[in-house]
Design a protein around this ligand. Structure first.
Ligand SMILES: *[C@@H]1O[C@H](CO)[C@@H](O)[C@H](O)[C@H]1NC(C)=O
Ligand SMILES: *[C@@H]1O[C@H](CO)[C@@H](O)[C@H](O)[C@H]1NC(C)=O
Ligand SMILES: *[C@@H]1O[C@H](CO)[C@@H](O)[C@H](O)[C@H]1NC(C)=O
Ligand SMILES: *[C@@H]1O[C@H](CO)[C@@H](O)[C@H](O)[C@H]1NC(C)=O
Ligand SMILES: *[C@@H]1O[C@H](CO)[C@@H](O)[C@H](O)[C@H]1NC(C)=O
Ligand SMILES: *[C@@H]1O[C@H](CO)[C@@H](O)[C@H](O)[C@H]1NC(C)=O
Length: 430
């Protein structure tokens, strides 16, 4: 039995029409009020009541409010007759949990660039391209100031080199939040904080303090009454997921369970997302020909080439969905079933060296265009159709100072001078 607690303001009036008995979100309107406690003894019944609550939630309940376990299970029922309800619920669930109604596309702004454009130029480019969501790898003061009053949603990051200090000291964490967040909101719309970047795989020494760092940053937001509007999480490399195909057999590298389990408890209790970096380019490159290029690029496949998960019979038409579903299954393996996923990095390089023949402008354009279409369509994944998977493209600019193969320097949509590397249509992103 689960209890859903709703507070709202009188008077209540909801009008609805439509061919089904379920109130459709477009057709409903009204003002609501009062306070009510509803007890659900059977999660499979009273669907129309759930629909009704969904509308109220959609419009009136603050982002960050917790959903009951059984309501969430209901959302994920994979039953044909429930598909359309699931889609509707999916939207409002991700609205509640990740602070957005529909999936969005954002862009990462890396700064390993010899001729780094100034904050005003960067913001001018974002505006010209209608880019509404960005992620920074730090909390650059000048850029945060330039982003003020633009409407652009900003995710800031605690860089890995500041993580140890923050994870060991509540006061250091509170100072970080004061300087880099409190000083800028609400003029700059900071919506999330990434604590570190791929810490388990790039800075394993800091793994033991990662969850403390996350908790300390969160405490500072709570103290400033900003925890509802600013979510805290930590982006992980998808390489911590083992046996990722078929997705239903995936699990997280168990070495990291002592970090992952408390982290998932935190994400669950704060209504935050698992942040995941998803690179079909590397999966394709490392598969020695097992993964077809078309499957990595979201190109249509003949039915006999589609990957089928023999345990779930789900069909996979692209690597991106298979990796995201592997992460959902790996979370279920640890008994976490209600944490949404946000993809903090995904992209394709437009140029490579002789050992990287598939890093081409055509492939980069195909991957990123198809990715944008896929995400903005709210398609979700085969395991969770209609559940938003918001994604940040890696990345805005080519970063010429990055070391490694030629491809490392060529993930950008733009050159540092603002000229496009290729022409993508980001308009329509929200
Ligand atoms: C909800 O389901 C219960 C049990 O099936 C039923 O008795 C009750 O009338 C239903 N309530 C509504 C509002 O449909
Ligand atoms: C900030 O972003 C959130 C999440 O997208 C949005 O709900 C809110 O309206 C934005 N605030 C401003 C002042 O633009
Ligand atoms: C950390 O600091 C916050 C205020 O910034 C406080 O609310 C919280 O209790 C502190 N936590 C610990 C473990 O000291
Ligand atoms: C799991 O993670 C540990 C620690 O990083 C690593 O040594 C090990 O190789 C990983 N296991 C697999 C199968 O990748
Ligand atoms: C998950 O739950 C099942 C059933 O309650 C239990 O047997 C299993 O040990 C749990 N797994 C973990 C990792 O907690
Ligand atoms: C968009 O979503 C619908 C289902 O909601 C699906 O049938 C269609 O294939 C999707 N289109 C793309 C381009 O993903």
């Amino acid at each position: 039995m689960a209890v859903l607690l709703l507070f709202f303001m009188l008077p209540l009036s909801i009008s609805a029409s439509g061919e089904s008995s379920l109130i459709s979100p477009e057709k409903a309107s009204g003002t609501v009020g009062g306070g009510v406690i509803l007890t659900f003894e059977d999660k499979y019944k009273n669907l129309s009541l759930f629909g009704f609550l969904g509308i109220i939630n959609n419009k009136f309940i603050e982002p960050g409010c917790q959903l009951s376990e059984s309501l969430f299970i209901l959302l994920f029922l994979n039953h044909m007759s429930l598909k359309k309800y699931i889609h509707f619920f999916g939207c409002h669930v991700s609205y509640l949990i990740c602070g957005t109604h529909d999936a969005f596309i954002g862009v990462n702004i890396g700064s390993d660039i010899s001729d780094m454009p100034g904050p005003t130029e960067i913001v001018a480019l974002l505006k010209a391209q209608s880019i509404q969501h960005v992620r920074l790898y730090d909390a650059d003061q000048a850029l945060l100031l330039a982003l003020a009053n633009t409407g652009i949603r900003v995710t800031v990051s605690v860089p890995n080199d500041q993580l140890l200090g923050i994870g060991q000291s509540n006061a250091t964490a509170a100072n970080w939040v004061t300087r880099n967040v409190i000083a800028h909101v609400p003029a700059t719309n900071i919506t999330a904080i990434c604590v570190g970047s791929e810490v388990l795989t790039t800075l394993p020494n800091a793994a033991p303090i990662l969850v403390s760092a996350i908790n300390f940053i969160h405490s500072a937001l709570v103290a400033a009454n900003l925890d509802r509007q600013i979510k805290v999480s930590s982006p992980h490399s998808s390489s911590i997921i083992l046996d990722s195909f078929p997705p239903s057999q995936a699990f997280f590298n168990r070495t990291w369970n002592p970090v992952m389990v408390p982290m998932f408890k935190f994400l669950q209790s704060t209504g935050s997302c698992l942040m995941l970096n998803v690179y079909p380019y590397y999966d394709y490159q490392q598969s020695n020909g097992v993964i077809p290029l078309d499957y990595a690029l979201f190109r249509p496949l003949p039915p006999n080439k589609e990957a089928v998960d023999s345990n779930t019979l789900l069909h996979y038409t692209n690597v991106f969905d298979a990796v995201v579903d592997a992460a959902y299954f790996a979370m279920s393996d640890l008994n976490f079933t209600n944490i949404p996923i946000m993809v903090t990095e995904s992209g394709w390089p437009s140029k490579g060296d002789s050992s990287e023949p598939d890093a081409t402008v055509d492939n980069a354009n195909t991957y990123n265009s198809n990715l944008i279409r896929h995400v903005l369509n709210n398609t979700g994944t085969p395991k969770h159709p209609g559940i938003a998977v918001s994604t940040f493209i890696y990345e805005l600019y080519n970063e010429d100072l990055r070391s490694g193969p030629v491809s490392e320097k060529n993930w950008g949509l733009f050159y540092a001078n603002g000229e496009p590397v290729y022409t993508l249509h980001l308009t329509g992103s929200t």
